[in-house]
Design a binder for this molecule. Structure first.
Ligand code: SF4
Length: 341
């Protein structure tokens, strides 16, 4: 019998994020039977993305790029926790243990950058979840994306808590020459207790600051975001001063800060964490976070204190223009000093 070549070779297909959401809705995360369990106890589901660059409005940048959804760093205050519900997953354990990986993102990005209509506007990388969380060591999607953006002469800013960023110093230098590049290392505090409690999956704050030093020494524009400052955990004057001094000692080119805000799934998760582990603090958080943001006076007090300490340690303020949506919503000019909690 004559054999005919297959007309269609589908190969291994991965679901879209919509497909993931539909599957989880029907059968919970157990329905993600192709998700790979790795030694870090997280499961990784490869997904097919239709776009790599996502347009945003009303921000100092026009485009965002996020290779991963969910984040094994698992910070309790993470504003992105609430986004995991888009995939029918919860903002608690599933946010940090079921990670979606846009396996085809680099190919999609290449096509988007090659369009004649692409105008090389600033792209903010890592606005939803950390582009240098541990799985990046395996997939290298962030590294390849930077190479692609460099080739497309498109300026970028990156927000991360991952010292792994130093692995990519070579491509970041190339990117800096080609179009411009800013690295914002998130170090909300150097206080070890607050770090262990609030950011259980992240590298030690001083390891992150050493990465900043290495980046700056390599000629890359790198600074620190104290973001977010969490009332009662990292907001005391003593802790702010130790943190800002450490940031200055490590040669950061700029400093930005904001105070935690709580919204939707993030609020639910954070308050569960407080009520479970720090029940005596719960009433104060309920009062301070009667709304999404703490009262203006409180935020201005914190930012004012940071401004005073910045001046003391000779640290420049972060230039406006490449904040994440989260930061852009909260960065304000400080006006007064003196606060508690
Ligand atoms: S590292 Fe960033 S994205 Fe990841 S959990 Fe922490 S705050 Fe969220």
């Amino acid at each position: 019998m004559a054999s005919f070549p297959l007309l269609f070779e589908l190969g291994a297909t991965r679901p879209t994020t919509r497909g993931v959401a539909d599957a989880v809705k029907r059968g919970g995360t157990a329905a993600l039977t192709e998700a790979e369990a790795r030694a870090d106890q997280a499961r990784y589901q490869e997904v097919t993305c239709r776009s790599a660059l996502n347009r945003v409005e009303g921000m100092p940048f026009s485009w965002t790029l996020n290779p991963y959804r969910g984040c094994t760093h698992g910070c309790h205050y993470c504003f992105a926790r609430r986004y995991h519900v888009q995939f029918e997953m919860n903002a608690d354990d599933e946010f940090a243990s079921v990670i979606l990986v846009k396996h085809n993102m680099v190919d999609v990005l290449r096509r988007e950058l090659d369009r004649p209509s692409w105008t090389r506007e600033l792209v903010a990388v890592g606005t939803a979840t950390d582009p240098y969380q541990p799985i990046e060591g395996h997939y290298k999607l962030t590294r390849q994306a930077i190479q692609m953006l460099s080739r497309g002469r498109t300026p970028i800013s990156i927000v991360t808590k991952g010292p792994m960023v130093v692995r990519d110093i070579d491509v970041l230098q190339e990117q800096s020459r080609a179009a411009g590049c800013t690295i914002c290392m998130s170090v909300p505090t150097v206080d070890e207790d607050a770090w262990r409690l609030l950011e259980p999956g992240t590298a030690h704050p001083l390891q992150r600051l050493r990465a900043v030093r290495e980046l700056v020494d390599s000629g890359i524009n790198a600074g620190v975001l104290m973001a977010p400052i969490v009332p009662g955990f990292s907001s005391s004057r003593t802790k702010l001063e130790r943190t800002i001094k450490a940031i200055a000692d490590h040669g950061a080119r700029f400093l930005g800060c904001n105070v935690m805000y709580l919204q939707d799934g993030t609020r639910t998760h954070f308050m569960k964490f407080i009520e479970r582990d720090f029940p005596s603090m719960a009433p104060r958080f309920e009062k301070l976070y009667a709304r999404k943001y703490p009262p203006d006076a409180y935020r201005k007090d914190v930012q004012g204190m940071v401004k005073v300490l910045q001046a003391r340690y000779g640290l420049g303020r972060r230039e406006r223009g490449n904040e994440t949506p989260d930061e852009a919503a909260t960065l304000q000019e400080p006006e007064q000093v003196g606060f508690a909690f």
